[in-house]
Design a protein around this ligand. Structure first.
Ligand code: SAH
Length: 274
């Protein structure tokens, strides 16, 4: 088992039986896990995980820990969410240390807030540990600064998908004016509607756009396109989820900063595994 470093003045929290820790596992690359997440994996009796959590991260749990898959795709989302929250309550009431492990950050499009509200209402002690969210990781691994002096002083995280599977009710005009850099989660399915809404709201059809799929993983792919062509090119290229869509002038900096592709190219040349 990987040891945790001893850090003076920062003892590792003890996972109390009957409590739930909501923890972000990051975007995939196990190196982007936090030490708090590792501490949780080392103590948990039950790990309730989403489909997006990388198997190499799950493998860091105690061998005797119970594994419960929660994030199956499809089905009625609201019923499913209630089931997951009830499962957490049930496991905690059995006196287990329950680790709720989510892709990215638990409070960013992860429904962590909904689960925490149920735990709070049921009087179950909980702790929330952030993780590196897909937007932050996807931008970094694609070589696109999330903010850049002189280019953008704000950015917005948005979802392309609401709980009914529709394009969410977003004030596209306000968003277009207010956020020069957009990081769109769950946007692949509704990309034609999203790009059309942004262009109608005033964004340039020529605006640099990048679609980062499987960010931080060995099979990461980045498609560079424009807002107007994004949907068609993504379909033609067969881009697979999970994918993050980045829209903004800062995307153009990739031309100088695409370190990950360079690294992957070098690994291919030398035959090294990534
Ligand atoms: N809580 C997660 C988001 C869950 S929603 C977080 O903070 O990252 C799922 C969406 O996240 C996916 O549809 C995709 O848009 C994005 N995503 C998650 N992992 C990703 C990855 N490795 N590469 C690109 N996008 C990812």
């Amino acid at each position: 088992m990987i040891p945790l470093p001893e850090i003076e003045g920062a003892p590792w929290p003890e996972f109390k039986p009957g409590s739930v820790w909501l923890v972000g596992a990051g975007p995939g690359d196990p190196g982007l896990l936090t030490l708090h997440a590792l501490n949780a994996l080392r103590q948990a009796d039950a790990v309730v995980y989403d489909a997006l959590v990388d198997p190499r991260i799950l493998a860091l749990r105690r061998p005797e820990a119970e594994l419960v898959e929660a994030g199956k795709r499809g089905g009625r989302p609201s019923a499913k969410q209630a089931d997951i929250s009830l499962k957490l309550v049930e496991l905690a009431r059995r006196g287990l240390r329950v680790l709720r492990l989510k892709g990215g950050d638990p409070f960013v499009f992860g429904r962590g807030g909904e689960e925490a509200l149920v735990l709070a209402a049921e009087g179950i002690p909980f702790r929330v540990t952030p993780g590196i969210t897909a937007a932050v990781a996807g931008l970094a691994y694609a070589g696109i600064p999330a903010t850049h002096r002189g280019i953008n002083a704000s950015l917005a995280f948005l979802t392309g998908h609401d709980q009914n599977g529709e394009t969410p009710a977003i004030d596209w005009e306000a968003l277009s004016r207010g956020a020069p850099m957009l990081a769109i989660y769950m946007g692949l399915g509704h990309l034609p509607e999203i790009s059309a809404a942004l262009i109608r709201a005033g964004r340039s059809p020529e605006e640099p756009t990048a679609i980062v799929s499987n960010a931080t993983l060995p099979h990461q792919k980045v498609l560079e396109t424009t807002l107007a062509r994004a949907a068609q090119e993504a379909a033609q290229a067969g881009i697979e989820p999970p994918a993050l869509i980045c829209v903004g002038p800062g995307v153009a900096l990739r031309r100088f900063l695409a370190w990950r592709e360079e690294e992957m190219g070098r690994e291919e040349e030398t035959g090294a595994a990534s």
